[in-house]
Design a protein around this ligand. Structure first.
Ligand code: NDP
Length: 288
């Protein structure tokens, strides 16, 4: 497909810092080209302090919208006109749609996780799930799974920095969705083992095991991995974490965070263009 920037080309992009490493420009620009959509996607290194003025420019310049990464996902909320239900419950925005100057914030990180789980044969609706962690990735994945009909979600987190965030996550799910949630100390191996035994999906949404600390795992006792349990990691570097390897050795199906990244982008693309990202092409080109 011929691809030319012209007087009618609309732009959007990624706001945050750092952004130079991001796969999003490649994913979105390839998709625009493949589908013949007259748009481009760029990466802008923007700190939280400069976010408000940048968003105001994006609003005025007829952009289709933009993505946000750290440290802008929470800071952007005050500059927006509206939030999707998921973005409101998660308290963070990774995608903004600009409709004639009106800015609506969405969070597609959880959608990306749920979509990648479905692709790996996991049914969220009606399921019992254990989620490790209470940071941004955990919040997005757990809230989206609750909105998508998960029956019960056990959150396990360390009693440290993010313990109050974990309590807030559990309260939000219990108050705002039909799903039941509870909170466990990640160090309480007895309760954690019981929750994992009752779960069909274990989601590691902590950064434990991420490169360069690849020897670390949030689950100290691998005997908790049972047949019928799918074990997933939101981490994608390395592609196979220690947690995934130990679960796989005990017969569990496993998947990493690569397709969460892909499908959060695909969901943003659909919000901006109304069209499906050519995901098979994107997988082949950037995720294989
Ligand atoms: P945050 O810093 O917001 O949260 C990290 C969470 O992990 C906290 O609950 C933290 O607990 C916990 N944690 C960190 N180290 C350990 C450890 N050694 N043992 C147990 N718990 C630990 O990070 P994010 O939620 O933004 O990111 C988490 C991971 O998700 C990262 O690896 C990131 O790359 C990945 N990610 C992947 C995405 C994808 O598209 N695939 C999207 C977003 C994130 P504490 O407060 O105690 O430190």
């Amino acid at each position: 497909m011929q691809y030319t920037i012209s007087g009618t080309t609309r732009f959007g992009g990624l706001l945050g810092s750092p952004v130079a490493h991001s796969l999003s420009p490649a994913m979105h620009n390839t998709s625009f080209q493949e589908l013949g959509i007259d748009c481009v996607y760029l990466a802008f290194d923007v700190t939280a302090e400069r976010l408000k003025e940048t968003v105001s420019v994006f609003r005025q310049l007829n952009t289709y919208g933009f993505n946000l990464t750290m440290p802008c996902k929470k800071a952007v909320i005050d500059s927006l006109d509206e939030l999707s239900e998921a973005a409101r419950l998660i308290g963070a925005v990774n995608t903004v749609v600009n409709c004639g100057g009106r800015l609506t914030g969405h969070n597609t990180d959880g959608i990306g996780y749920v979509e990648s789980a479905r692709e790996n044969g996991v049914e969220i609706c009606g399921s019992e799930i254990t989620v490790l962690g209470a940071g941004g990735a955990a919040m997005a994945a757990a809230v989206q799974m609750a909105l998508d009909g998960a029956r019960r979600i056990h959150i396990a987190n360390r009693r440290t920095r993010s313990w109050s965030a974990a309590q807030h996550l559990v309260d939000t799910i219990n108050k705002e969705t039909q799903c039941e949630a509870d909170l466990t100390d990640l160090e309480d191996s007895t309760v954690l083992a019981r929750h994992i035994a009752d779960s069909s999906l274990l989601t590691n949404a902590t950064s434990a095991g991420m490169a360069p600390d690849t020897g670390v795992t949030p689950v100290k006792d691998p005997s908790v991995f049972h047949e019928g349990l799918t074990v997933s990691d939101v981490i994608y570097n390395p592609r196979q974490t220690r947690l995934m390897r130990e679960a796989s050795e005990r017969g569990c199906r496993t998947f990493n965070g690569m397709y969460m990244l892909l499908y959060q982008g695909a969901a943003a693309f659909r919000l901006w263009t109304g069209q499906d990202m050519p995901v098979e092409r994107i997988k082949e080109r950037y995720f294989s």
